[in-house]
Design a protein around this ligand. Structure first.
Ligand SMILES: [Ca+2]
Ligand SMILES: [Ca+2]
Length: 511
């Protein structure tokens, strides 16, 4: 439900043959009585929990309402309320209805805090969840729903951990079964997304996911479709109707949770997706990902949910292997590699009294260690010997969306220092065009912002020097030189990076 830009998109027609074969296996008829409800694909599933929404009112033993004007952590524009005008049952369906109306409520997620500041937002909607009423680990989760189109509409069917065992978002994980983001009513091939969020607590969180393109006249905004995941201990699979379109595996997700001493540790196994999670259904309006509604959007808008069904697989409750429906045509998303944890590094606290603080000379120096982030691949950082220089750090971008950086265990006071220096050589740059950037971070989002680098011709070294006084004065810079934790982030221009190889040497902070 949080930011997930730039996800790859699955087109079902690419895999039509096997998708049809999978559909032929889906023989289980769906019947009205809870006792005989079967999963829409696979066999051996046992219904564990469901709501068909065929009673008069939303069942408070199954659903709780969140009521706040918090904005979802994404600057969303709706207040969530528990009023019937925002969520109710009609014709066997749960309706979550967004209205354009100014509302006044708590600006905090935890609406129970009596001291929370209140604020106005221009829309209302609803967010229902099963927390402490329906909490599950592993199984098949099926939700039949119709999603709203329109700029700024952000319907979501998703899951969050039911306790804070691994720490705050997203160290504990988030499973997005389906999200629609500003779907254009005129688009005949609308895209929805299935995504995982994991990693460390924000801002150390990462995400990986896949889009699914509706084709052949099928439309998630005019018809009902069944959105499902099969969540096992080693694999999570995403389904739309009978089509398995995406897979992610435990080898591609991780959790860097904080232990009782506040130290980050890598949790093994299938963490964070090995704990009880609950379901959330909501219709957000606006926010960082979809942007705001425009004049073309006529309110009210609504998401309709025909049913929510949770199945277990009694013969293989954790692996789900005896019940699973797996298509070889589904996209396997490799996920993200866990970055090296730096908080266990021993270092001399007096390092900062030196005339020159080396960050990398012939190796990375404690407390600063090299690392990378990436949305769509990996960045290799190696220490290699180069004639005349001892060792240098060689950075290879196998991605179009990543960066290399040197980061400390905390923010350090470089207030008495004058400049950042490093030597840079572009070893290879296969791009037709595109620049190079660097940043200094003071516990992101505190940062210089992107600073363009004038590199030497390919193969030649150039010495770089940047005065902190200049970096502080740059437009958009929020650099605080008394709290620098990341002396260097370096990256080719975003979305255009693949194949670039850099070498960096003598990265240091000088008086
Ligand atoms: Ca129903
Ligand atoms: Ca060197």
């Amino acid at each position: 439900m949080k930011r997930a830009q730039d996800l790859p998109v699955f087109c079902p027609n690419k895999g039509l043959r096997a998708a049809v074969a999978l559909a032929a296996l889906a023989v289980a008829p769906v019947q009205a009585q809870a006792q005989t409800i079967e999963a829409s694909v696979g066999s051996g599933w046992q219904l564990q929990w469901n709501d068909e929404f065929d009673q008069a009112d939303v069942d408070p033993t199954k659903w709780g309402w969140e009521s706040n004007c918090w904005g979802g952590g994404n600057n969303e524009l709706q207040c969530y309320t528990d009023r019937k005008k925002n969520s109710f049952i009609e014709d066997g369906k749960l309706i979550i209805r967004a209205h354009k109306e100014t509302y006044f409520g708590s600006s905090e997620l935890k609406e129970v805090n009596p001291d929370a500041e209140k604020k106005y937002l221009p829309y209302t909607s609803a967010r229902l969840r099963t927390l402490n009423k329906g909490d599950w680990t592993y199984g098949r989760f099926e939700i039949r729903a119709k999603l709203p189109a329109g700029q700024g509409m952000w319907p979501a069917i998703w899951m969050l951990p039911s306790d804070q065992r691994y720490g705050g978002w997203a160290a504990g994980g988030e499973i997005d079964i389906v999200e629609g983001v500003s779907m254009d009513p005129a688009d005949p091939n609308k895209v929805v997304y299935g995504t995982l969020h994991y990693g460390a607590q924000w801002p150390g969180n990462v995400h990986s996911g896949e889009g699914y393109t509706f084709q052949d006249g099928k439309d998630p905004t005019t018809g009902f479709h069944t959105y499902a995941i099969e969540w096992g201990d080693d694999e999570i699979r995403w389904y739309i109707d009978e089509t398995h379109f995406a897979t992610q595996r435990a080898s591609g997700w991780y959790s860097h949770a904080k232990d009782s001493a506040g130290v980050k540790r890598e949790v093994g196994g299938s963490a964070p997706f090995d704990q009880p999670f609950h379901l959330l259904l909501n219709l957000a309006v606006g926010g960082n990902w979809p942007g705001s509604p425009d004049d073309s959007v006529e309110f009210p808008k609504q998401m309709e949910v025909d049913f929510v069904r949770v199945f277990s697989c009694p013969d293989s409750p954790e692996s789900l292997s005896s019940c699973a429906s797996i298509s070889e045509l589904a996209t396997v998303n490799v996920g993200k590699k866990a970055p090296r944890l730096i908080n266990a590094i021993d270092f001399d606290p007096d390092f900062i009294k030196a005339q020159v603080v080396d960050v990398f000379a012939d190796e990375s120096i404690a407390p600063f260690q090299e690392n990378y982030f990436s949305n769509d691949g990996s960045v290799d950082i190696e220490t290699i010997a180069v004639e005349g220089r001892g060792n240098v750090a060689q950075v290879t971008f196998n991605t179009n969306q990543g960066g290399a950086y040197w980061q400390g265990t905390e923010g350090f006071d470089f207030g008495d220092f004058k400049a950042l220096e490093f030597d840079l050589r572009v070893v290879s740059d296969p791009r037709a065009s595109g620049g190079m950037m660097f940043k200094v971070d003071c516990q992101y989002p505190c940062s210089t912002g992107d600073v363009p680098l004038e590199t030497a011709p390919v193969g030649e070294w150039r010495a770089m020097r940047f005065e902190f006084s200049e970096l502080v004065r740059r437009a958009g810079s929020t650099l605080d030189i008394r709290n620098i934790d990341t002396p260097l982030v370096i990256l080719p221009t975003w979305d255009n990076q693949q194949g670039v190889v850099l070498q960096i040497d003598n990265l240091r902070i000088v008086r």
